[in-house]
Design a protein around this ligand. Structure first.
Ligand code: GDP
Ligand code: MG
Ligand code: K
Length: 301
């Protein structure tokens, strides 16, 4: 179908790729504000986070898809389902890889999933700031043999190289469509959710390997009294074992204090007002396998 030059274009774009390839970094660069959380630990992003990028003649709605990988437990299953359903619904898929690491087993699994859907796919080779230009050619050859990518675009999400070019190519693949969101809206997630993600991010940054996969952050309260300019937030960090509770609280509460201090800075920036943040830690055994509880924690199918 031909699209007239002057027609407004809009569509949904799913970003997929192994953990830590730079999906959230890219999204945050495009949207220009911290909405998807970033860390150097895998599986930071569990939920569908949308970023909306609006120009004079187009609107791109990005979806930062949870990592596609072989499920190990029910949470993994849940994530997988969210991811595959998303791929069918979107207008374009960005398959992001890390130029430094090259092709891995996780990528083959993702490519199998891509073959199950009809949506067009771009190969986005990220972190080109870390490789020699000559290495790029062999990476491109390797991946081109595996799948019929519509476009292959090398970028550095961190430094911004070629990200404008990627946006221009994305626009070509968008159908004519309405402006789904107001131009000044950058995400459709409620602030409560973003706040809980910011808290979770700080825990991931500050703790070691054993903790990250077993935490959830539940928002208990977020309110602003009419006679005050301070937002009062109460949230609970849910862990699976009491040993983890000890780690998160830290010596004389020092870890929890640091988590709260760092989270508050980001939350105040997000909300544009002063924040009083109260954090609690609770043990709930094996929460990852309890689907009903997952729903309570805000995971969506
Ligand atoms: P995700 O798991 O795919 O969302 O990956 P993140 O966006 O959380 O990024 C994982 C790590 O890679 C972070 O430490 C980022 O700073 C880093 N990173 C992301 N993009 C680039 C890039 O273009 N160049 C370099 N050198 N590092 C990057
Ligand atoms: Mg991410
Ligand atoms: K990550």
């Amino acid at each position: 179908k031909q699209i007239a030059e002057n027609e407004f274009k809009s569509g949904f774009i799913s970003i997929i790729g192994r953990p830590n390839v730079g999906k959230s970094t890219f999204l945050n660069r495009v949207i220009g504000q911290k909405i998807a959380i970033m860390s150097d630990k895998p599986q930071t992003t569990r939920n569908k986070v949308q970023g909306v990028y609006t120009t004079d003649d187009s609107q791109m709605i990005f979806i930062d898809t949870p990592g596609i990988h072989k499920p190990k437990h029910k949470l993994g299953d849940f994530m997988m389902k969210v991811a595959t359903n998303t791929l069918r619904e979107v207008d374009l898929i960005l398959f992001m890889i890390n130029a430094v690491e090259g092709l891995g087993r996780g990528d083959e699994f993702i490519i199998e999933k891509l073959k199950e859907v009809k949506t067009p796919v771009f190969l986005v080779i990220n972190k080109i700031d870390q490789i020699h230009p000559e290495e790029l050619l062999s990476i491109i050859e390797q991946y081109k043999d595996l799948f019929d990518f519509k476009e292959v675009i090398p970028i550095s999400a961190l430094q911004g190289n070629n990200t404008e070019k990627l946006l221009a190519e994305i626009k070509k693949y968008l159908p004519a469509g309405p402006q789904y969101y107001p131009a000044d809206q950058i995400t459709d997630h409620p602030e409560r959710f973003i706040v809980s993600e910011l808290i979770r991010e700080k825990v991931l940054h500050l703790t070691r390997e054993e903790v990250p996969h077993s935490i959830a952050v539940v928002m208990d309260k977020m309110e602003k009294k009419s006679d005050s300019d301070v937002v009062h937030i109460m949230a609970t960090i849910v862990v699976e074992r009491s040993s983890q509770k000890g780690i998160i609280i830290g010596k004389q509460g020092s870890m929890l204090k640091e988590v709260g201090k760092r989270a508050r800075v980001d939350i105040e920036h997000l909300l544009g007002s002063k924040v009083f943040l109260e954090l609690w830690v609770k043990v709930q055994k094996d929460w990852r396998n309890k689907i009903n509880q997952l729903r309570d924690f805000g995971f969506r199918e």
